[in-house]
Design a protein around this ligand. Structure first.
Ligand SMILES: C[S@@+](CC[C@H](N)C(=O)[O-])C[C@H]1O[C@@H](n2cnc3c(N)ncnc32)[C@H](O)[C@@H]1O
Length: 242
């Protein structure tokens, strides 16, 4: 993805939307902590890649001694930093960021990996994650959908009110070649400013499970498991660096 979608330059709206939708960041993070500890009981340092506004990191910070985050979007990091004073957050691209330490666990959640354009970029990103993992480190990636379970012609809609602001989001998603093309329209209203509208286009690659597994293997992370995470969620890929 060369240009960030407008929603990632409107981080407060992103944050309010998923709060209003009741996305279960805290419960999900606790489940992830359990999966990580089952594979590396003494894990103490975690990096969340594409950390967005830092909601998962907020919970991870209670479970691990040291946490850090990386994201491409300055505005998402601004909101994350308010939520996580003192936590090192870095602006960077998941394909080629460089930090001066290695971690016991790396997460890349909410299908952010789908923003990579092709298998070459997927391999580059996973190699970058691998370089930042200690031996025995756990890698957790929430993929986007696989080509064989990707629905086409899907409409979703939400209207939420959070903190005096009402946000409506309507999205339409179709399969286009090896990607999902998702168009989302936002209407955002509050008493002072009235109503404004913006449109987002997200191209999300439909990598196959084999492509993910190959990328994990190239990163030195073998024996990848795929865990189902329930209806309307694409699942989780988890592996341990040898
Ligand atoms: C769907 S949001 C997920 C954010 C967060 N993980 C969450 O669960 O709320 C996708 C995030 O990926 C980030 N992103 C997109 N492409 C990226 C890239 N190449 N490198 C790093 N971050 C990227 C966006 O800025 C955005 O914050």
């Amino acid at each position: 993805m060369d240009e960030l979608s407008p929603i990632y330059r409107n981080a407060e709206i992103y944050d309010a939307l998923y709060e209003g939708r009741g996305r279960s960041y805290e419960a999900d993070s606790q489940t992830l902590v359990k999966y990580i500890r089952e594979r590396n009981a003494s894990a103490s340092a975690l990096l969340d890649v594409a950390c967005g506004t830092g909601r998962n990191l907020r919970s991870f910070a209670d479970a691990f001694e040291h946490v850090e985050g990386v994201d491409l979007a300055e505005d998402m990091l601004r909101v994350a930093q308010k939520r996580l004073p003192g936590v090192p957050l870095h602006q960077g691209d998941m394909k080629d960021f460089r930090l001066d330490r290695r971690f016991d666990a790396i997460t890349c959640l909410f299908s952010a990996i789908g923003y990579l354009d092709d298998a070459g970029q997927l391999n580059a990103a996973l190699r970058c994650f691998g370089r930042h993992l200690k031996p025995g480190g756990v890698l957790v990636v929430e993929p986007w959908y696989f080509p064989d379970n990707a629905l086409s012609g899907r409409v979703m809609g939400d209207v939420v009110t959070v903190g005096g602001q009402t946000i409506s989001r309507l999205s339409h998603t179709v399969v286009e070649g090896r990607a999902h093309r998702m168009t989302a329209h936002y209407l955002v209203a509050d008493a002072e400013s009235g109503i404004r509208h913006f449109t987002d286009l997200h191209m999300l690659s439909l990598f196959s499970r084999h492509e993910y597994e190959t990328a994990f293997a190239e990163a030195g992370v073998a024996s990848v498991e795929f865990l189902q995470t329930g209806r309307d969620r694409p699942g989780l890929l988890i592996g341990v660096k040898s």
